[in-house]
Design a binder for this molecule. Structure first.
Ligand SMILES: [Zn+2]
Length: 392
């Protein structure tokens, strides 16, 4: 047995994580025991909270002060949920200042194409600025998906960067997404795809058990149709694997993917199967829609984003002493196996010591450990090693 360990130690760091975490970026969508617990953290009450808060601003018509209040809240909410990057893309429309709000979760592979998902936050009641437009289904529901997927991914290490865009001024004519698309094209920006969420609340008077996956069929560019269908198929697979929802395919039309499609980007979207009967009226309030349905739609999107951004489950050396103990880590079993006995300290994402053991070769992490990124410090005499692990 000693010979076995000598061989492993001789391989040095290769035993922990020599393969670049960016090498395999395309994960085929299959049932994944690491994705399931992430999906299950998409929470109905959390989604409801976003929709209710946006509705409570009153109208979010693009000309109004209450729209500006919602804009400020969304920016703060991305920050409060842990965004490492959040900024506004500002422009003026009809003499009124507007802003797309963009938050990023930075992945470990900066050269890989990022994933972009988005939803508009403005609302309208038949284009009448004097009428209240609470816009719960259209489109606080999409914003509920956006902010909730952002929240649950915070503790999840991903390879690709994921960008979340809250679009302004969709209702007067896809204005915010037009600005985003033009600037992206003008600067030669590329990304894997844009996934749109607009009107995913369903209708409270129906059983909402089917999601429409919208794919690009023709429109301004034809070269992006096939990849749109391929990503749509992956999303359909995510719904089958991780939610009770059935899937119906439909075309993209009339929302924020269109300006991006016109620039040649690959786009697709999610949409409610039963069109909410309060569409573009003062009655578009949370009670007219089905928050549980919105939550399931968000779960499928969360699963797809994790699968295609790629989970970064490789353990990573953060400080290396060539003579220090080596670590093998199995995330699902939450088990650490060391190359030789050592003292272990486990530090949580805030740097607090959560666990101390001495003289261990194998350690099962406690089940009640909060998901996130931890650092394992191993010490054997004067030899030390620090390794970053992810607890799902
Ligand atoms: Zn809309």
């Amino acid at each position: 047995m000693i010979g076995f360990w000598v061989m492993l130690v001789a391989q040095g760091a290769g035993w922990t994580a020599e393969v670049s975490p960016c090498d395999t970026l395309w994960t085929p969508l299959a049932a994944d025991s690491l994705i399931a617990p992430i999906v299950s953290r998409v929470d109905t009450d959390s989604v409801r909270g976003v929709i209710a808060r946006l509705q409570a601003f009153g109208t979010r018509y693009y000309t109004t002060d209450s729209l500006q209040a919602a804009r400020a809240w969304i920016f703060q909410e991305f920050s409060r949920r842990g965004a490492d990057t959040v900024f506004e893309q500002t422009f003026t429309y009809g003499g009124y200042p507007q802003a797309n709000i963009i938050a990023r979760k930075t992945g470990r592979c900066p050269d890989s194409l990022r994933i972009v998902i988005g939803a508009h936050y403005d609302a309208t009641a038949s284009g009448n600025p004097q009428q209240n437009a609470p816009g719960a289904d259209d489109n606080a529901s999409g914003m509920g998906l956006l902010l909730e997927v952002f929240r649950v991914l915070q503790d999840v290490p991903l390879k690709r960067t994921v960008e979340f865009v809250a679009f302004a001024a969709e209702e007067p004519g896809l204005i915010g997404s037009g600005v985003y698309a033009q600037q992206a094209a003008a600067s030669g920006d590329t990304f894997l795809f844009y996934l749109n969420a607009d009107m995913i609340g369903g209708d409270a008077d129906y059983v909402n058990d089917t999601v429409v996956v919208e794919v690009d069929q023709g429109n301004q560019q034809v070269g992006n149709d096939a990849p749109s269908q391929a990503f749509g198929d992956s999303l359909a697979r995510a719904y089958a694997l991780y939610t009770p929802l059935g899937v119906s395919f439909g075309p993209i039309y009339g929302s924020d993917y269109m300006p991006l499609e016109a620039e040649g980007y690959v786009t697709f979207g999610v949409f409610e199967y039963h069109w909410n009967s309060t569409y573009h009226s003062p009655d578009d309030v949370i009670d007219s829609m089905d928050v549980g349905y919105t939550t399931e739609i968000a779960r499928g999107v969360a699963a797809l984003v994790v699968a295609l951004a790629g989970l970064d489950t490789t353990t990573t050396e953060v400080a290396e002493d060539p003579g220090g103990p080596h670590l093998r880590y199995a995330p699902v079993a939450r088990r650490l196996v060391l190359s030789r006995p050592a003292s272990i300290r486990l530090l949580d994402p805030l740097g607090r010591v959560r666990l101390v053991r001495s003289g261990v070769r194998r350690l099962d992490l406690p089940r009640n450990l909060r998901p996130g990124i931890y650092v394992v410090e191993m010490a054997n005499g004067l030899q030390r090693r620090r390794v970053r692990i992810w607890v799902p």
